[in-house]
Design a protein around this ligand. Structure first.
Ligand code: ZN
Length: 385
């Protein structure tokens, strides 16, 4: 059974221990005691070194704690562990911040926390509420800030599960429980590592909310992460303001106005493009000499889009005319025919693309089809010419 040194001293960064067992050729090591925190209760494992060898992962095996090393430890029976303190201290801030956030949500709005995840960028809690308003979150952040400013002591005690512990969330465990308390606010059964006073949390900022089947997932950051988040947000807002040449506080209205303007410009652009294509079709008709049978035929290459359709329709608005458009990518065809051309565009397209393994159709005047590849396109085009 491994003695968990972090249970009693979360600030222990270096320790000596005896190697009691190992496996995987000395890469998985068991000690008589350890300050390394293994992944559990939503908090990730510690990093650091054992006898100078990097610890890659720490695993909770109920009675024992397994240390996964980058290289075998060797034959030594005594070893010295060093915890990666910046990672661990960040975890202590996030985890104690979670206890505070959950306690305040319950204190102000009777909203219970059902789970916690400490992530590498942001942490989350899942709370029993279908939604949370911006006003509620602001009040929660304010109350957290107040308790942080009061530097309320955070204490770790060991108490009997059978006594009336007045925990925020009842524990199903028996025997001795490890209780983490924030003075005059919260008592939770928890095996995690925590800071000594609320002041060390630094600050709590909530972030994105996500609704998941009746519960809400609340993102949050504490300590240096909160500072970095605020700095990044400030830079972002300032850069958006500079790009728009207005003070940051005017960017929301300006963006809304620009989006509206863009929509209307897009509509105008489409209308003008169609009008241009229509005129191109008319010009093309005028410039195309009729054949011996009096029919004007043109073949155009390019994307079959609204503009191509407008060009085709304008072309076949003239008497005795046939318009074929061929597009290489995606392999497709368009055929338009004037009413007096003696050609049924739909029937012709259908026949030509079906032979090549494609599909298509349309009416007498306008039809489109697509084929699987370039060879099929060449075949269909040859049939239509
Ligand atoms: Zn906890």
């Amino acid at each position: 059974m491994t003695e968990r040194l972090y249970y009693h001293d979360c600030y222990l960064r270096e320790f000596k221990a005896k190697v009691v067992d190992s496996s995987d050729g000395g890469r998985r090591v068991y000690l008589d005691r350890t300050a390394f925190y293994p992944t559990s209760g939503g908090q990730p494992f510690d990093l650091g070194t054992l006898a100078g060898v990097a610890v890659r992962e720490v695993i909770d095996e109920d009675d024992r704690i397994g240390h996964l090393l980058e290289a075998p430890l060797g034959a030594a029976t005594e070893t010295e562990g060093v915890i990666d303190w910046s990672r661990r201290y960040d975890h202590m801030q996030q985890h104690t911040g979670q206890h505070l956030l959950s306690a305040v949500l319950e204190e102000l709005f009777q909203i219970r926390t059902v789970s916690f995840h400490l992530g590498s960028e942001v942490s989350t809690i899942d709370v029993e509420a279908p939604a949370l308003t911006a006003g509620q979150l602001e009040r929660v952040e304010d109350r957290c800030a107040q308790i942080i400013a009061e530097a309320r002591p955070v204490q770790i005690t060991f108490e009997d599960a059978a006594s009336d512990l007045e925990l925020r969330k009842a524990s199903t465990r028996t025997g001795t429980l490890r209780i983490v308390s924030i003075d005059n606010l919260d008592r939770s059964a928890c095996g995690g590592t925590h800071v000594r006073t609320a002041a060390e949390i630094g600050s709590i900022l909530t972030g994105k909310l996500e609704k998941i089947r009746g519960i809400t997932r609340v993102e949050f950051v504490c300590g240096k992460r909160a500072l970095r988040r605020a700095q990044a947000d400030n830079r972002l807002v300032a850069s958006i303001g500079r790009a728009l040449s207005v003070p940051p506080e005017q960017t929301p209205q300006l963006l809304a106005a620009l989006i509206e303007k863009n929509k209307s410009l897009e509509k105008t652009g489409q209308r003008l493009a169609t009008e241009l294509a229509r005129r191109e079709g008319q010009d093309l008709y005028a410039a195309t000499a009729p054949g011996a049978d009096g029919v004007r035929i043109t073949t155009q290459r390019g994307l079959i889009d609204d503009a191509m359709r407008a060009r085709a329709q304008a072309f076949v608005a003239g008497q005795k005319s046939v318009f074929l458009a061929v597009c290489d990518q995606p392999p497709s065809l368009l055929l338009a025919a004037s009413a007096d051309s003696g050609i049924h565009a739909g029937d012709r397209i259908k026949a030509a693309v079906t032979v090549s393994g494609g599909r298509g159709g349309g009416n007498q005047q306008l039809a489109q089809g697509s084929v699987p590849d370039a060879a099929a396109l060449a075949q269909a085009e040859a049939l239509l010419r």
